[in-house]
Design a protein around this ligand. Sequence first.
Ligand SMILES: CC(C)(COP(=O)(O)OP(=O)(O)OC[C@H]1O[C@@H](n2cnc3c(N)ncnc32)[C@H](O)[C@@H]1OP(=O)(O)O)[C@@H](O)C(=O)NCCC(=O)NCCS
Length: 448
Amino acid sequence: MVVGDGHLNSATGGKDQDSSLAPSDPQRYAPAAEGSSASIDAIAHRIQESLSVSKRHRFWETQPVGQFKDLGDASLTEGQIEPPSALSEVKQEPYNLPVPYEWTTCDIDDDGTAAEIYNLLANNYVEDDDNMFRFNYSKEFLRWALRPPGYFKTWHIGVRVRATKKLVGFITGVPARIRARSEVVLMAEVNFLCVHKKLRSKRLAPVLIKEVTRRVHLENMWQAAYTAGVVLPTPVATCQYWHRSLNPKKLIDVGFSRLGARMTMSRTIRLYKLPASPATPGFRKMELRDVPAVTRMLREYLSRFVVAPDLDEKDVEHWLLPREDVVDSFLVESPENHDITDFCSFYTLPSSILNNANYSNLKAAYSYYNVATKTPLLQLMNDLLIVAKQKDYDVFNALDVMENESFLKELKFGPGDGMLHYYLYNYRLRQPFDAFRTWIGTLVGSLL
Ligand SMILES: CC(C)(COP(=O)(O)OP(=O)(O)OC[C@H]1O[C@@H](n2cnc3c(N)ncnc32)[C@H](O)[C@@H]1OP(=O)(O)O)[C@@H](O)C(=O)NCCC(=O)NCCS
């Protein structure tokens, strides 16, 4: 559900650093082995992040978010940074936009408006660092992401050119209960921040962020969660994208991955070949009748993490019941006693392939929530890769979040060049800057 680079999320999820080294190749898979591409990448990110820490943030320095200068300050308490104001003190009118532009509340149910949002994002939303791929959220995905239980239409905010009514800016929020340690906080998950390419660097983004914040405050909510591919003050967690080739030839043809040293195309294809069908007895698609069991399993699982969404049955029905080409969920039902023992899921977020003569669309699945209580997680995820392959996805992406690190290497995922940073607005969590990645567990799934 949440924020930003969607799914959530950094853009296209980034590209494979080098798709084709065999998993047995220690260069590739030894984490941050000296001289490996993974270590160089990690060092580059570290340098980038430290530069970012010393950078001025004219807007974010004014906001109730963890500031870089406060990192490691043990005197700061966890929880809200600023107390809520009286509702009567919340600004009643929208923030001022530069004169040529005006606010619009976007009705995503309306086909015309949904098409405008789709087009704005399809042409202007997140790209990878080399501008080879751009997220291409479908209209149905946007409707799913923007209409969870209790959503507010007023939080789907657009900016139009006053004269032509062209949509040139967008930002959204949806409500979510997020648990931080033992406190469950009603937050806005902010996502889909986008400014048309021709209007960049004019400080429109801070106005959009302030306006969504104002509208969140009007609903008496004072905290938010969001993700971004860029480093801002101050991430509560940072994850890296990993990619599992399902259609290696296409991924290599379009420049998503490269043929590895000493690898031929046919060896590469063989390396990533998967069985024709899932191996686990009782593996099947999730249905409406499974919602209570899946909710119980997921709540139990998420309770292990420091920060996680607090999901009830209505949320599970919305976020996890399969919707064609949006979200796919599977579970294992014991053939003996019919207990539901394991659950796995992915969402569908294609990317446009920019400037390739043969292909225009990359069909990508993104790992969502996975819970294994009986089937080994590795086997469950392998079955999920098999169904993604059956459904003709080109690549299966996953972040190194929750317990994903336990299967990534073995299932032939390779590290990508995309990072995803998780943020909380007006909520402080004390955490050393370095501990990010393994610490947060998840906010994840929630952040699409
Ligand atoms: C993200 C985007 C809206 C920013 O707009 P812009 O024209 O580049 O930047 P502006 O001049 O309007 O504003 C700059 C401020 O916005 C902040 N900002 C930029 N990207 C941001 C993000 N993803 N989330 C939150 N703040 C962001 C900058 O840090 C800066 O504030 P600072 O001075 O405190 O650091 C625009 O680049 C865009 O649409 N990019 C493609 C889509 C995208 O990346 N969306 C964000 C997904 S997380």
